[in-house]
Design a protein around this ligand. Structure first.
Ligand SMILES: O=C(O)C[C@H](O)C(=O)O
Ligand code: SF4
Length: 514
């Protein structure tokens, strides 16, 4: 078993940096369905470029490498404690080499362990089987999409859909609702795993287990196969689209499983996974520890050439966009000139800030002057090189809505002119943008290589004690493109897309599976 750690390290690296072929195929098909020049098409091009860059750079597809979750099957007699030790060592090494972001945080002290180890982290599940090989599957599911998981207890009342009863039609309504409530915040277009039955814990486990099915398989249960097909066809009619920009593809895959329940409980649990659907698996020889086979790889394929799409290719006719180049400090006049749909190209310094920083800034000063500045909701993957200089390994946006309780006040207090993030923000921020003269810019969630490539210098860092993702990084960028989705005139693309999706959701109120 000497080689097992090396095999596990390969598994982690491959999972974080190279999307499996079934996922790539689903994204390719989605791209085909969007009209060239629309915002959704532009987002999908950026996503495709990013997938190619991650593979080429052997760097994380998305900066959030999630909660590492291993599912291990072992022959009788194999030492599971030894495998767990090897997994933990491989996780630490993958963190040191920047394949994983340090993501393990003590919920009480807020301290980041720095090496992805912690109480209950990584997650490792074991099962025994009678084959003479070890199977290890790994999923790296990020926080933004994890936050969009949802569990329904039937019967219930659903916004737009009315009563969902304890039957297949009630289940249908819950699944449609789960896609609606996720909007673009889990980096749509997404994949969902659905667990019907069980209890609250096993229901979610079953939902997550569905994510290990290949995106192109067929459910062996005819009723569930029919349900999966129905959801794939109809959830896409909600027009939420890639990143919640509107568009033809909202869902890339739907896999449903069922298990027995107890008479009083009827749960439908939905695990939402972003387009950066990172799961991989291997079988390992228990004698040597070497990899025998990869589970989600097809025949060797030629790498797709990486041709980075210039942000300016959005067709102004179709997307209604202008392209505006801005260099901070930005004036109020420049901001008030921007409209939803404009593409902003930023040059100069951005400051990152997310949950810990927003909370801190509410009642402290900022270590740097933020007048006219751009705040980037981002928790990057950073590594120090041999000269002690910070290198950016991945740097896409994080879900902005978490900062809704703070954002407007922080914009006012510090004179921030633009906030970059993803998924949009709520009514308090929208009012704050109007009142204080600021905009919200949506970057493409998960496109961490694409944005890392725009960063020319790390100018410094404040609050390293918050941990790498939560620290305030000062990053110099060149040609950093993001779309205005909330402007200083009270307009919000997110509000419009959500309202439109709700109107469409109501069309699915009538029973289909009776
Ligand atoms: O933590 C992050 O970097 C991003 C997170 O996965 C998110 O989607 O908000
Ligand atoms: S930022 Fe988006 S792509 Fe990355 S883990 Fe979060 S939800 Fe997934």
């Amino acid at each position: 078993m000497k080689a097992i750690k090396e095999s596990l390290l390969q598994l982690i690296t491959e999972t974080s940096t190279n999307l499996p072929p079934d996922v790539r195929e689903a994204i390719r098909k989605a791209k085909e369905k969007e009209d060239a020049g629309t915002r959704a098409a532009l987002a999908l091009s950026t996503i495709s470029d990013n997938i190619g860059m991650a593979e080429e750079n052997v760097s994380p597809i998305c900066q959030d490498t999630g909660m590492p979750t291993f599912k291990v099957k072992v022959p009788v007699g194999v030492n599971q404690m030894e495998i767990s030790r090897m997994i933990r060592e491989a996780v630490v090494e993958a963190t040191q080499t920047g394949k994983l972001r340090p993501n393990s945080v003590d919920p009480l002290t807020g301290e980041n362990s720095g090496n992805n180890l912690g109480e209950g982290v990584p997650v490792i599940h074991y099962e025994q089987w009678e084959l003479d090989e070890i199977e290890v599957r790994l999923i790296l599911k990020g926080g933004g999409c994890e936050n969009k998981n949802i569990q329904y207890s039937l019967p219930c009342e659903l916004e737009g859909l009315g009563r969902a009863g304890r039957d297949l039609d009630g289940i249908r309504k819950c699944i449609l609702h789960s896609v609606y409530q996720a909007q673009g915040q889990g980096c749509s277009a997404g994949f969902i795993g659905v667990g019907i039955g069980g209890d609250r814990t096993t229901g979610y486990e079953l939902a997550k287990k569905q994510l290990f099915r290949r995106a192109d398989d067929t459910n062996p249960n005819a009723d569930l196969a029919r349900l999966e097909d129905y959801i794939m066809e109809n959830a896409n009619k909600l027009s939420i689209g890639t990143m919640g920009f509107g568009g033809n593809t909202t869902l890339l895959g739907c896999k449903v499983g069922s298990m027995h329940r107890i008479p009083a409980s009827f749960f439908v649990s939905v695990a939402y996974n972003c387009w950066a659907f990172r799961r991989q698996g291997v079988t390992i020889d228990p004698e040597t520890g070497t990899i025998k086979q990869w589970l989600y790889k097809d025949e060797p394929r030629t790498k797709e050439p990486v041709t980075v799409t210039p942000p300016a290719t959005a067709d102004p006719e179709k997307s209604g966009s202008r392209e505006v180049v801005l260099t901070p400090p930005i004036s109020e006049e420049q901001i008030r000139d921007l409209k939803v749909g404009d593409v902003v190209i930023l040059n100069g310094v951005l400051h990152t800030g997310r949950d810990a920083l927003h909370k801190y800034l509410m009642d402290h000063d900022s270590p740097v002057d933020l007048q006219g500045s751009v705040l980037y909701h981002c928790g990057p993957v950073m590594l120090k090189d041999s000269d002690g200089n910070w290198q950016v390994k991945a740097a896409g946006p994080t879900t902005s809505i978490r900062e809704e309780p703070y954002q407007s006040e922080i914009i006012r207090k510090f004179g921030i002119r633009a906030v970059i993030g993803k998924g949009g923000m709520g009514p308090t921020t929208l009012a704050g943008l109007k009142e204080h003269g600021a905009v919200y810019l949506n970057a493409i969630g998960g496109a961490a290589q694409y944005y890392a490539d725009c960063i020319t210098d790390v100018e410094g860092v404040d609050f390293p004690e918050f941990g790498i993702p939560e620290a305030m990084w000062h990053l110099r960028v060149k040609n950093f493109a993001a779309i205005v989705t909330m402007d200083a005139h009270g307009n919000s693309l997110h509000k419009d897309v959500e309202q439109n999706a709700l109107d469409k959701l109501t069309r699915f109120k009538e029973p289909v599976f009776s």
